[in-house]
Design a protein around this ligand. Structure first.
Ligand SMILES: Cc1cc2nc3c(=O)[nH]c(=O)nc-3n(C[C@H](O)[C@H](O)[C@H](O)COP(=O)(O)OP(=O)(O)OC[C@H]3O[C@@H](n4cnc5c(N)ncnc54)[C@H](O)[C@@H]3O)c2cc1C
Ligand code: FES
Length: 269
């Protein structure tokens, strides 16, 4: 069960090399909560108060990047990119200050059958959501990680240490790894490994245009695909209907029925 908890900040530091570069500034937030209500599933998220008040208007959703049990230190870790008011306030918070958090929330990624080696496709900060899935699957996955430019790529050493199958890094501008979008890379990867198309499963998290392209690609190739949707949220618990997306089964709340959906269900508008 999810619940409100207070959590002390034990780290709030930049994670990318050139963290001041416009549009790329990203941080790692480590929290030591009074209590972890329940172990999270990969793909679940917390609403984090982006200042020390209880102002619900200043809560924002962030994927759980890492979590340790009380026996291991009882920490929650998040990766976040500076976007607007809430994240700018969050980056000003210092070690020792407290925030209010609510979670774990949402459904998380369904686990694959044991005989499958899924392909995980992350765009930019989407790494925060897919990294715990890769860990849960003990690195027995292929991982395609793309971003606009190299300063947006996070946790590369951790990924290199974790992923046991193919790890392909790409950037739109060619500043690191292969040049092109992750969808270009996915296309090339499956062309080179045709056996994966018929057997496999895709998981993806990243910006909406990327998710739409991955979903269309999966539909064309007939590959099952799960995507984690990014919508602005207010309550995070299904009450305000502020985060609905259109699906083939009617409108669904990203915070409650999602954030993970089978890609074929989403109606892209
Ligand atoms: C389930 C879920 C998990 C997420 N996990 C992470 C994470 O691990 N790390 C991370 O950095 N971000 C994550 N996000 C996105 C993050 O919640 C937003 O970037 C954040 O709420 C922006 O808050 P802000 O106050 O800084 O910006 P705002 O001032 O609220 O908004 C600035 C701009 O960003 C747009 N925007 C706001 N929220 C979103 C959103 N959710 N998706 C797309 N555009 C948005 C607004 O329309 C506006 O144009 C996640 C979102 C969801 C729904
Ligand atoms: S954020 Fe309120 S219903 Fe989803």
């Amino acid at each position: 069960m999810s619940k409100y908890i207070r959590a002390k900040i034990t780290e709030n530091t930049p994670v990318n090399k050139d963290h001041t570069l416009l549009g790329c500034e990203s941080y790692r937030l480590v929290l030591s909560p009074d209590d972890i209500p329940q172990r999270s599933l990969p793909g679940q998220f917390y609403m984090i108060g982006t200042d020390s008040s209880y102002d619900p208007l200043l809560k924002r959703p962030f994927s759980i990047f890492r979590e340790t049990s009380s026996a291991e230190g009882g920490e929650l870790q998040f990766l976040y990119r500076i976007k607007g008011k809430g994240t700018k306030l969050l980056k000003e918070m210092r070690k020792g200050e407290t925030v209010n958090v609510l979670g774990p929330l949402g459904n998380g990624y369904p686990m694959p059958d044991k005989n499958l080696t899924p392909v995980l496709i992350a765009g930019g900060i989407g790494i925060a959501s897919l990294f715990p899935l890769a860990e849960k699957l003990s690195g027995n996955i292929h991982f395609l990680y793309g971003a606009r430019t190299k300063n947006e790529l996070l946790m590369l050493n951790e990924l290199k240490g974790l992923v046991k199958k193919e790890l392909i890094i790409s950037t739109d501008d060619g500043s690191e790894g292969e040049k092109g979008t992750v969808v270009d890379v996915l296309n090339r990867f499956l062309t080179l490994n045709p056996q994966l198309s018929t057997l496999n499963l895709l998981y993806s998290c990243g910006p909406s245009p990327m998710l739409e392209a991955v979903s269309k690609f999966a539909a064309e190739k007939g590959i099952k695909c799960y995507i984690s949707m990014e919508e602005s949220m207010a309550c995070g618990v299904g009450a305000c209907l502020g985060c609905t997306v259109k699906t083939k089964k009617g409108y669904k709340r990203v915070c409650k029925e999602g954030p993970v959906f089978p890609s074929e269900e989403i109606v892209w508008t």
